[in-house]
Design a protein around this ligand. Structure first.
Ligand code: IPM
Ligand code: MG
Length: 371
């Protein structure tokens, strides 16, 4: 199979983690006989520095021609400290989501047994967790009309949704629930918000088309509580843009490190794959960031290409590293491996260049030393 992939390394640790995904994708291509061509593009703070825009037109053009897009991260502390900045790195990410209509953001949560001790939850609560968040990504308060009064004393953001916007992601979420544990929970605030009442009515109307799926409805404040009280009750969580951002962030840390969480943003023309973590400026250039969120996003890309056995191989390689304690500093601050080393290990495993009978001594040589 031949695929053209737009690669947007972005800011902070984005380039470092993305480089590891490319190693893994190359190992897949070589071992399974595929051809992946990469075109690198600018977005975020690096794009602002180079072109004055967070999302240059060439980036949009390349993405539109690509079969998929791999993003690292965007964001820079320079802009976080200045709320009045007119041009911000995040505009790149929000812009590409909107322009390419990447309306369905999928964020699965996997619990790895060897990392249970890092979870903020008691081990007993982790048993049986298997959930995925379907977050609407191109509507809602993120993209509604915004305003700040001239005197700076008031401001508003508008939350709007159309039935068509709700329908398209709802169908995808139900279809996924059908092949998972057949449960869908709509997270909303329909006791207060008009837009959420629209969401609920649309989901209620569509639910009978998927009568093998049990549909339930939960207010977002309760959902935030239930995620830490009894997370295994969830299968597919469906949410509008902002609630989905918050709930998926909360879900993302339950496994022990946000560094592991991948995502796919699906559109009609192309789709984008990116780790849930941000640009993590403090770790930039230190080779300590966790590349697994990006590598698992690349696995979601392989699924999207219908390369299912290849995607499975990548996930097996990730489990293998974690089980063997080949982990980055976020997971083990004392005995850790560098970002680049972990990328090589996963790529080597994917390409059958190392086996389960791992030669620990050789790999030990690649370990960091903390003095
Ligand atoms: C996310 C991030 C983004 C969002 C930011 C960086 C704009 O938090 O992808 O979850 O809010 O969507
Ligand atoms: Mg977020």
């Amino acid at each position: 199979m031949k695929k053209n992939i737009a690669v947007i390394p972005g800011d902070g640790i984005g380039p470092e983690v993305t480089a590891q995904s490319i190693k893994v994708l190359n190992a897949i291509a070589e071992h399974y006989g595929h051809e992946f061509n990469y075109t690198y593009c600018l977005m975020g703070a690096v794009a602002i520095d180079a072109t004055g825009s967070a999302l240059p037109p060439e980036t949009i053009a390349t993405c539109l021609e690509s079969d998929a897009i791999l993003v690292g991260a965007v964001g820079h502390p320079r802009y976080d400290k200045d709320p009045s900045a007119k041009i911000r790195p995040e505009q790149g990410l929000l812009g590409i989501r909107k322009v390419l209509q990447l309306y369905c953001n999928i964020r699965p949560l996997t619990i790895y047994p060897s990392l249970k001790h890092l979870s903020p939850l008691k081990e007993s609560l982790l048993e049986g967790i298997d959930l995925v968040v379907y977050r609407e990504l191109t509507g809602g308060i993120y993209f509604g009309e915004k305003y700040t009064s001239e005197d700076g004393l008031s401001a508003f953001d508008t939350n709007t949704y159309t039935v068509a916007e709700i329908e398209r992601i709802t169908h995808l979420a139900f279809k996924n629930a059908q092949v998972r544990r057949k449960k869908l929970t709509l997270v909303d605030k329909s006791n207060v918000l008009e837009t959420c009442r629209l969401w609920r009515s649309v989901v209620q109307r569509i639910a009978p088309e998927y009568d093998d799926v049990a549909t339930n409805y939960m207010y977002v404040d309760n959902a935030a509580m239930q995620l830490i009280l009894n997370p295994k009750q969830f299968d597919v969580i469906l949410a509008e843009n902002m609630f989905g951002d918050i709930i998926s962030g909360e879900a993302g840390v339950l496994g022990g490190s946000l560094g592991l969480a991948p995502s796919a943003s699906v559109g009609n023309i192309t789709s984008l794959f990116e780790p849930v973590h941000g640009s993590y400026p403090q770790a930039t250039g230190k080779d300590i960031a966790n590349p697994i969120g990006s590598i698992l996003s690349a696995a979601m890309m392989l699924d999207y290409f219908h390369l299912f056995k290849e995607a499975k191989r990548v996930r097996e390689a990730v489990s293998w590293t974690l089980n063997n304690k080949f982990v980055t500093k976020d997971i083990d601050p004392i005995n850790f491996y560098f970002t680049s080393t972990l990328g090589e290990l996963i790529a080597d495993y994917v390409g059958h260049r190392i086996t389960d009978e791992v030669n620990h001594e050789n790999i030990e040589l690649r370990k960091s030393t903390v003095i």
